[in-house]
Every structure is written in C-alpha cells, then in structure tokens.
Design a protein around this ligand. Structure first.
Ligand code: ADP
Ligand code: MG
Length: 693
C-alpha cells in the first residue's frame, strides 16, 4: 500500500463519486450527504450503476445491505450482481436494490415492537456513510426499519438524534447571527482491546463462549509495575498493528494512534474523529477487522470489557462534540471562554442535559460486560459526573457563586531541558477518573464498553443536548436582548445543575457518599440501571426530539434487559459445564494422586512427613465439595429464573446469579493455586497474558 494515494482505496468516497458520477448527480448526492437534503430517488439508478462498476473493478461479485440490528452486532446478506439477460449473464445493481432491501425481521430482536405477522423488515440506504468493497462484496450502509416504520436498528435513531442536534443547534446559532447549512455531531471512539496467543485462546471454553475468563487465579505479575502502558511494542504486536493499520486505512478509517495500554496484553487504537454515524460504522468495521487481522497473526483479539479479573478492563472513550459545516466547533472555548457567551451557553446545555438525564446516559452504556468495569473500583465509576478542569471549573464557579472570575494562569510549561521548546500547559488537566470530562474542545465520555456499539451512547447524548438547546432557543427567541437572556439562562441553569460537576478523584474515598448527598444516581449493574428508561420523563425526551416513539423507547430498554439476562445465563451455563466436566474431575484426580502418594509414603515408613500433602488434600477436597454443591444451587437459580418476566429475570441475574458465580469462582481460583499444573484443565493467566513475544 502506498500512502497517501491508496488511503481509502476500498471506499466509494467523495473523490470516486466525483470521478464516476455525472456532475448533476454528484451534486445532488453531495447535497444529501452534506446538507441533509432528502435523497432525490431519481438519481439512485445512476449512482447504483456507477457504484457497481467501481465495485466490480475492485473484484466485487456481490453486494450487501449492511445494518446494525439490536443484537449489538452488524448484519449482512449477500446477493450477487449476476442477472440473466437472454442467454448470458450481466452484472447489475438497480437503483431499487441500492436503496431498499428486504430482510426477514422476525429473526432479529424487536422487543415486541414488531408484531410477528408483520415480519417484514426493510433496509434503506444511508448515503451519508460511504459504501465500500470488502472481500469481494460491495457493502452498502443502511438503516433497518419495520413494515410499519418502527426502527429495528441502532443506526436510524442515531441519524434521527443527529437531525435533532442539527435542528436545535441551528436555532441557537441563528440567535448569535451564525448561519450554517448543517451542525454535525462529531465522534472519535478510542478502542481498547487485548491480544493473546490463539492456541491458548482456543483451549479456554469461557473465552470462546463468553468472551471473558470465568476463572483464573491472578498471576504474580499483574499491572502493578505500570510498565506496560506505552511500553515498547513486542515484535508480533508490531506486525499485527502494522497490518491492522494498512487494512483500516484501505477502508478509509483514519487509524491514528496505537499503543500498549495499562494491563499486560492490552492495547489501544484511536482514530481521527468523524461525523457520528460514520464513526459508528467505522468503529463496527474496526472491531471486525481487528479480530480478522489477529487471526492472520495467530492471535486472538479480545474486545470484551473484562476478559481478565484483577487487571484493567477495556473501554471505548467516546470523544464527542458538535461542529458546523463551516468548521466551527461549538465546544471550542476560544481564547477567552469567560466572555464567550455562545460557548458558555453550549457548555451549560451539556451540563444541564447530563445532570437531568444522567439515568438514561448511564443506562446507554449498561451491559453484562460493562458491569465489571463501572462501579467495580475501576475506570469510571457508575456515578455520572462532569469534569471541567481548572479553567472552566473556575468560570462556572464564579457564575454560580456570583463572584468575579479570576483567570486561571495557564502557566507556560517547560520540560526543563534547555534545548527543548517551551510548551503551553493544557488548560484542562487530565482527570482519568471522570466519566464525562471536558478535554479541550470536546467532551470525553469514558463509560462505554469496549465491545459496545457507540451509537447507543451518542443517541442519548445527542437527544438530551438537543432538548436542552430547544428549551434555551424557545426562551431566547422571545428575549429582547439575546446576550442578557443567555446570561440569565447560563446562571440559572448552572446553579440548578451544579451538583453534577465534580473535579476531583472519582475513585477517591468519600465520592460515593458525597454523590449520594448530591442526589446523583449510582446504579451499579444493568438490571438496576436500565429500568430508568421506563420513566415517563425519560421516554418523553426521546419522543419530543423525534428520536424514538414511546413504543420504541420501551422496546429498546426491554431488549437491553433481555440481552443482559441471556448473556448472564450463557456465562452461568458455561461455568457449570467447565466446573462439572473439567474442574471438579481434575481436582478430584489430583487429590486421589496425593492420597496415593501419602499412602505409599506411609507404607514405607509411618514417620515420613506428609503434613503438607494432607493439608492440601483437605483444603482441595473441601473446596471441591463446596464448588459441587454451589454448582447445584446455581443450576436451581437458573431454572427458577423466569425469562418471560424481563425485568424480574434481570434482577435475579444481577442479585442472585452473578453473586453465586462469584462464590464459585473464588473457590475455583483458590483450587487452581493448589492443584498441580499438570492436572489443571485450562491455560493459566500466565499462559494467557504472557503468551505473545
Ligand atoms: P487524548 O484522549 O489522548 O487526549 P486526543 O485529544 O488527541 O487524545 O483525542 C482523542 C480522540 O478525540 C481522537 O479520536 C480524536 O480524533 C478525537 N477528537 C478530537 N477532537 C474532536 C472533536 N472535536 N470531536 C470529536 N472527537 C474529537
Ligand atoms: Mg482519551
């Protein structure tokens, strides 16, 4: 691959569109992409045929509508371009095949929003995200809706939420005499992942079936030396990353930064930010490509939020902002934020939105996997708070307390080496513990899980901020003096939502208590976090902004709870299978061997010492017995769980099944440390985490 010319070689991007489409068709398509104009369907035929021609020149024989159903994954169904014409075959993609497809919706989760007799679902082209060729197939990004128009995917509500921001932000901008065609939300998702050797991976049923280790005693060297973060990349990892970059670049994905993360075997890839829906699409593609490239290198890429206990899990920091087509970033504070009314108003809208709707924002990142991170004494706590940094923190404080703002000295930093240039210190320090941090000209939402589709978080962010904008615009459009009116709103709303601002250590002792005093929510698991989505006010905001109907809002929360229960159920069943068929028999065999050894020793000479063996025998036999009876209890819990009562079932999973699994795990991990490695049926944490050179 030669750069930069081969960048995006597999993408039907702007440049290719320009080269292959008649100019009026090209202009009409760009108007849809850039200014959000409704697609002129009469151009579809021409676009389709140009797209097909280009795709065929890239070796494609098939096309697929590519969508994001509520499974959390992507879905595709390939059709070939081949069509009969007379007695020969031609390659064809019609305008209709490009724009609409039909998929049997009954096999995808719908949360009851689709009645079974209307099992028809439709995919519809999303021209704002470019099509691409992958492995001989043309991928056409689409939305997925039911016969009656209910959304069945994550993409359509995302697009609707982006429209809501566009509409409401433009009202605010107009008040400040700023005209633009479009306000887009921008997203840069930083992707964390683990890489381990594929041979070791294949020996672990838990990793293969659930994505995480259900057992594993801690290894003597975890992350305490803090030597892995930004550490030198090992040769196999370098080769993987090199290959990954090349592949991502060929799909037009701006993979920018790569480094080792905190935990052993953990890494990160950060792309350059893009329009929200494109970032979501490319992140889904990135995760898929990571797994595939890993396989080529005989590695397994783990995207689960908590593959290993005792070391850090993985997240996906969602950097988020809003920007006009003229390039104005609405979260750019400029040189004098204290007197930048528009910026302060936008900031206030975000703070208000995050405080008022902290429940649904928290729920948007809730999943069985992410429960292991949030609230588990690890990267961001389950409590949502906003970090502003010194400078903005001081501005907001001065407004709330009604005192003059004393500028925070943005001191010139120096690295203390005379040859090195002096660099200005960042106005925002880094606070790695904050779940929602202002980082210079964007907010970084750090709660999303590493395997999540970030559409979920961005749908909520866009919707709630659009709603705050709408309220401000309603008020300001009636005001005589916009500046005075804005100052009034800023002061009133910052006072009302001051409790959400927290500039200190989110892991520190006392924060939970302090947050409770402030009335902030602290929902530690999915079963407790998601039900807030059924509250009237939380449904209303989606309805008001045209993102979900009432039914859709409820259906989505139901599906989330159902996915959660199903995931825990699979984990519990996998645990039972491993315990009953592999672990208990292995320990029992080892105990038997120890017993034989003791008996043999004593037969020779009763005075030969065997206290150690006897102690181990007792401990292992006792633990093995306990595990066996706990496994029975777990089985009983699972069979008693009523999968039909979605909310109740998720609570059983969170409050009974998960703790029971913990009881089993603790004992099994203890047994692992006492059992000869010759007998232990699975690769250890050492084998898994230190398997790649
Ligand atoms: P760090 O997290 O180390 O501070 P950066 O600040 O460079 O790193 O950026 C992190 C991510 O934020 C990158 O993906 C970057 O492209 C993205 N980003 C930068 N500016 C914006 C913006 N205006 N909107 C959304 N994402 C952005
Ligand atoms: Mg970051």
């Amino acid at each position: 691959m030669a750069l930069p010319q081969d960048f995006g070689e597999n993408v039907f991007n702007d440049q290719v569109q320009k080269e292959t489409l008649p100019s009026e068709v090209y202009k009409a398509l760009r108007a849809t992409i850039e200014a959000g104009k409704q697609l002129d369907v009469s151009i579809a035929g021409t676009v389709a045929s140009a797209m097909k021609k280009w795709a065929v020149s890239k070796g494609a024989t098939h096309y697929t509508h590519w969508f994001q159903p509520l499974t959390g994954l992507t879905a595709e169904k390939h059709d070939s371009f081949i069509e009969p014409e007379g007695d020969r075959a031609i390659m064809r993609l019609s305008g209709k095949s490009l724009t609409v497809g039909e998929a049997d919706a009954s096999s995808f989760p719908s949360g009851g929003s689709r009645v079974t007799y209307m099992a028809r679902g439709y995919t519809a082209w999303d021209p704002t995200s470019p099509a691409f060729v992958k492995e001989g197939t043309l991928y056409i990004p689409t939305v997925f809706v039911s016969y009656t128009g209910e959304t069945l995917d994550k993409k359509s509500p995302l697009l609707r939420s982006m429209n809501a921001i566009d509409k409401q932000a433009k009202r605010i901008l107009a008040l400040f005499d700023i005209r633009c065609k479009k306000v887009a939300t921008t997203v840069g998702p930083e992707q964390e992942y683990f890489l381990i050797d594929e041979d070791e991976y294949l020996k672990r049923k838990d990793l293969r079936l659930t994505g995480r280790t259900l057992f594993g005693a801690p290894v003597s060297r975890g992350q305490e030396l803090e030597d892995h973060y930004f550490g030198v990349l090992r040769p196999r990892i370098v080769e993987f990353m090199h290959d990954l970059d090349k592949e991502l670049w060929s799909y037009g994905i701006y993979s920018k930064t790569k480094h080792n993360e905190v935990a052993p075997a953990q890494h990160e890839m950060a792309p350059v930010f893009n329009t929200a829906n494109i970032s979501v699409d490319t992140n889904m593609l990135t995760m898929e490509i990571m797994k595939k490239v890993a396989q080529r290198h005989h590695l397994a890429c783990l995207l689960h939020e908590k593959p290993f206990e005792g070391i850090n899990g993985s997240g996906k920091h969602n950097n988020w902002s809003m920007s006009t087509d003229g390039g104005l970033n609405l979260l750019d504070p400029g040189p004098n934020p204290e007197s930048n009314t528009l910026f302060k108003l936008v900031l206030t809208a975000v703070i208000k939105a995050v405080d008022e709707y902290q429940g649904i924002l928290r729920a948007s990142v809730a999943s069985a996997g992410n429960d292991h991170r949030l609230g588990a004494n690890e990267a961001p706590p389950a409590i949502i708070s906003v970090y502003l940094g010194d400078q903005l923190g001081a501005i907001v404080d001065s407004i709330v307390k009604g005192v003059d703002y004393v500028p925070v000295e943005v001191a010139e930093g120096s690295i203390g080496v005379p040859e090195s240039p002096i660099f200005p210190k960042d106005a925002t320090d880094r606070n790695r513990t904050s779940p929602f941090a202002f980082t210079g000209n964007k907010f970084e939402f750090r709660m999303p899980g590493s395997q999540a589709n970030v559409a979920d978080a961005n749908i909520v962010l866009n919707t709630i901020v659009a709603d705050a904008f709408a309220q401000f615009a309603d008020e300001l459009e009636k005001a005589n003096d916009v500046k005075k009116g804005a100052d009034k709103i800023i002061s009133r709303e910052l006072k009302a939502h001051y409790r959400i601002i927290f500039n200190l250590d989110g892991y520190g002792p006392g924060w939970e208590e302090e947050a409770a005093k402030r009335g902030l929510l602290n929902n530690k698991n999915t079963a407790d976090a998601v039900p807030v989505c059924f509250e009237e006010g939380n449904i209303d905001v989606f309805v008001r902004q045209g993102v979900y109907t009432r039914e859709e809002a409820i259906a989505r929360a139901d599906i989330q709870l159902e996915n959660y229960s199903k995931t825990i159920n699979i984990e519990a069943l996998t645990m039972l299978e491993m315990v009953k068929r592999d672990i208990i028999p292995a320990v029992s065999d080892y105990v038997a061997e120890l017993c034989t050894n003791v008996a043999a020793k004593q037969a020779v000479n009763e005075a030969l010492p065997c206290t150690g063996e006897k102690k181990t025998i007792t401990t292992l036999a006792t633990l093995n017995d306990e595990v066996s009876s706990l496994a029975e209890k777990l089985e009983d819990l699972l069979s008693a769980a009523d999968m039909k009562d979605i909310a109740a079932c998720s609570r059983t999973m969170a409050h009974k099944v998960v703790p029971m699994m913990r009881e089993i795990r603790t004992r099994v991990d203890k047994m692992e440390t006492l059992t000869s490695s010759d007998y232990w049926p699975y690769p250890s944490y050492f084998d898994l985490l230190y398997s790649v050179n």
